[in-house]
Design a protein around this ligand. Structure first.
Ligand code: BEZ
Length: 234
C-alpha cells in the first residue's frame, strides 16, 4: 500500500499558494496580502469550545494586530455555511471572560477538500486525520514564512505570545538585532555576535553602551518608544 507523505513549509520558504473561499469572499493567497504581515492559522472544528475561546480572543485583538500591519486569516476543515453559522452564534450568544458581541471580521477559509491544510502540514494524523491541529504561520510582507507554531487539539493558543512574536520579528528585522528569551518591547536586545577576534576583544573592552556577558553575548538598550514608533508607526 502506498504510504501518504505529509509535508509542511519551513521557515524561510515561500508561503504555498492557494485560492480559497472564505467568510469574507474569495482570496488568492499570499498574493492578496503582499505588503502586509499575515498570521494564517488553523483550528480543528467549528462549534467547539477551545476554538470558540480562541476566535473570541483573536477577534477582540484584531485591531492590535492590524495596527502592526498584520492581517489574520483562519482555516478549518469545515464548510462555509458551518463557518457562517458558528460566527453568528459567537456574535449573538456567547459571552466569555468579559468578551461579548464579538464579530469575527477576518476571513475564515473553508477547506473541506483539505487542500490548504495538506499544503501547510495542518493535518497531523497522530493527532487527528480529519481535524486540523492548531497551526500558526507568520508570513512576512514578501510572502515568506518566518515563524511556525503548532499546538495540539486540546491546548488553546496564547495570543499575547503570538502578538509578542509578531512584534519581535518586526523589531529584529528593523533594527538588525536578535531578541533574548521572554523579550518584550523596552527590554535589551542582542547585537550580532562578533565575527572576528578583533571585534570580540573590542566588544569586551568597549565603553560603548553595550553590556557583554561574554564576547559572544552582548546586548544594548532599545527604547520601547523607538520599537513602537518603528513597528506600530506610533
Ligand atoms: C475544541 O476546540 O474544543 C476542540 C476541538 C477538537 C478537539 C478537541 C477540542
Amino acid at each position: 500500500m502506498e504510504e501518504k507523505t505529509f509535508s509542511l513549509p519551513l521557515i524561510g520558504d515561500k508561503a504555498p499558494e492557494f485560492k480559497a473561499i472564505t467568510t469574507q469572499g474569495d482570496i488568492n493567497f499570499p498574493a492578496d496580502y503582499k505588503g502586509s504581515w499575515v498570521i494564517l492559522f488553523s483550528h480543528p472544528a467549528d462549534f467547539t469550545p477551545v476554538c470558540t475561546s480562541e476566535f473570541m480572543t483573536f477577534a477582540s485583538m484584531e485591531e492590535k494586530f492590524n495596527e502592526a500591519n498584520c492581517k489574520l486569516v483562519g482555516l478549518s476543515v469545515d464548510g462555509l455555511y458551518s463557518h457562517i453559522a458558528w460566527l453568528r452564534t459567537i456574535k449573538e450568544k456567547i459571552e466569555y471572560k468579559g468578551m461579548k458581541d464579538i464579530e469575527v471580521t477576518f476571513p475564515l477559509i473553508e477547506d473541506i477538500t483539505m487542500e490548504v491544510s495538506h499544503k501547510y502540514g495542518m493535518l497531523q494524523p497522530g493527532e487527528s486525520s480529519t481535524k486540523a491541529v492548531r497551526a500558526v504561520f507568520f508570513i512576512d510582507p514578501e510572502g515568506i514564512v518566518r515563524t511556525i507554531i503548532y499546538y495540539p487539539l486540546s491546548l488553546g493558543r496564547n495570543f499575547e505570545e503570538l502578538y509578542r512574536a509578531l512584534i519581535g520579528l518586526q523589531t529584529a528585522d528593523a533594527f538588525s538585532v536578535a531578541l533574548p528569551a521572554d523579550w518584550q518591547p523596552g527590554d535589551d536586545v542582542i547585537v550580532p555576535t562578533a565575527g572576528t577576534c578583533g571585534v570580540a576583544k573590542e566588544r569586551m573592552e568597549s565603553k560603548e553602551d553595550l553590556t557583554c556577558y561574554d564576547w559572544f553575548f552582548c546586548t544594548k538598550k532599545l527604547d520601547k518608544e523607538e520599537v513602537l514608533k518603528t513597528v506600530l508607526k506610533k
